[in-house]
Structure formats: structure tokens, C-alpha cells
Design a binder for this molecule. Structure first.
Ligand code: ADP
Ligand code: MG
Length: 143
């Protein structure tokens, strides 16, 4: 599925729809350059899980856990990760294979430990279409 947005609000709303449909144990992986809108999308998805708390990027912690919503939400941002051992140290498998919803920004940096079964979301700019334009591609992998 490919959808196009023309404002942060539209990307948020699309994330929210995905969050409303999300089920326990699902994994969403986000790929795209810095500033493309991964965190905006994530904020929408969290809202769709009925999380009201503000979502920022977990810059110093790799993962931020939100328990207040419809399902537990595990927000990873692995942009600054050094190596896969850091994922092992935080016990990533308990999140990925648990009963919450996992979302990983910069998932391409930890490709080797990603489950086959996941929803891969790629966000791209296209400056020919304007500064606020984004193309969001959603792929169901491993099904
Ligand atoms: P990332 O997490 O991918 O590094 P952020 O979500 O933190 O990116 O930031 C995206 C930036 O792009 C925000 O400043 C946002 O306002 C801006 N923006 C402009 N147009 C869009 C759009 N269509 N969708 C999402 N963000 C947009
Ligand atoms: Mg981000």
C-alpha cells in the first residue's frame, strides 16, 4: 500500500489509523532519512493505541515503554546504536515477541535481528512534490 501526505498532520492521522488497527505482538519497522517523519508517524500510531502521553524519540535509551494505552507500546529508536549487543543487553526479544506492539525507527540498522514477520513502513520525500510531501509505503513481510 502506498499513501501520500502533504502535512505532518496527515502523516499523524495515517499513523493513528494503523495504531487503531494494531494487534498484540505486531512489529512495525520504520525506514527513512532523518527528518522524514518517522517520529510524527509514531506519535499518530501511539494515539491510535489510546496513548495520550507525549511521544518523543528515546534518544538515550533505545526503547521507551508506554503501558497506558489499549496495548503496551514499545518505541525503539536505534539511530545511535553501536552494535547488536546493545539490543541483547536491553532484552529486545521480550519486546519483539511479547504481547505489546513494537515500533522501531531506523530498523534497517538492526536488520539481522528483525523478525521475518513484520510491517515495514518506508517514508520518503519527493521535493518535486513540495517540501511537506511524503510518500509512505506499507509492506506486510513474512506472510
Ligand atoms: P524522523 O523521526 O524521521 O527523523 P520527525 O518525525 O522527527 O522525523 O520530523 C519530521 C519533520 O518533518 C517534522 O518537523 C515535521 O513537521 C516535518 N514534516 C513536514 N511535512 C511532513 C509530512 N508530510 N509528514 C511528516 N512530517 C512532515
Ligand atoms: Mg525520529
Amino acid at each position: 500500500m502506498v499513501i501520500e501526505t502533504r502535512s505532518p498532520k496527515e502523516t499523524f492521522e495515517f499513523g493513528k489509523k494503523i495504531g487503531e488497527l494494531a494487534k498484540a505482538g505486531e512489529i512495525y519497522t520504520l525506514i527513512g532519512d532523518l527528518g522524514v517523519g518517522k517520529t510524527v508517524f509514531t506519535q499518530g500510531l501511539a494515539r491510535g493505541l489510546q496513548i495520550e502521553e507525549a511521544i518523543s524519540s528515546p534518544t538515550f535509551t533505545i526503547v521507551q515503554v508506554y503501558e497506558e494505552g489499549r496495548l503496551p507500546f514499545y518505541h525503539f529508536d536505534v539511530y545511535r546504536i553501536g552494535d547488536i549487543e546493545e539490543m541483547e543487553e536491553i532484552g529486545y526479544e521480550d519486546y519483539f515477541y511479547g504481547q505489546g506492539v513494537s515500533l522501531i525507527e531506523w530498523s534497517n540498522l538492526i536488520e539481522e535481528i528483525l523478525p521475518q514477520r513484520r510491517t515495514e513502513i518506508t517514508i520518503e520525500k519527493d521535493l518535486d512534490q513540495g517540501f511537506d510531501f511524503r510518500r509512505i509505503t506499507v509492506r506486510e513481510l513474512g506472510v
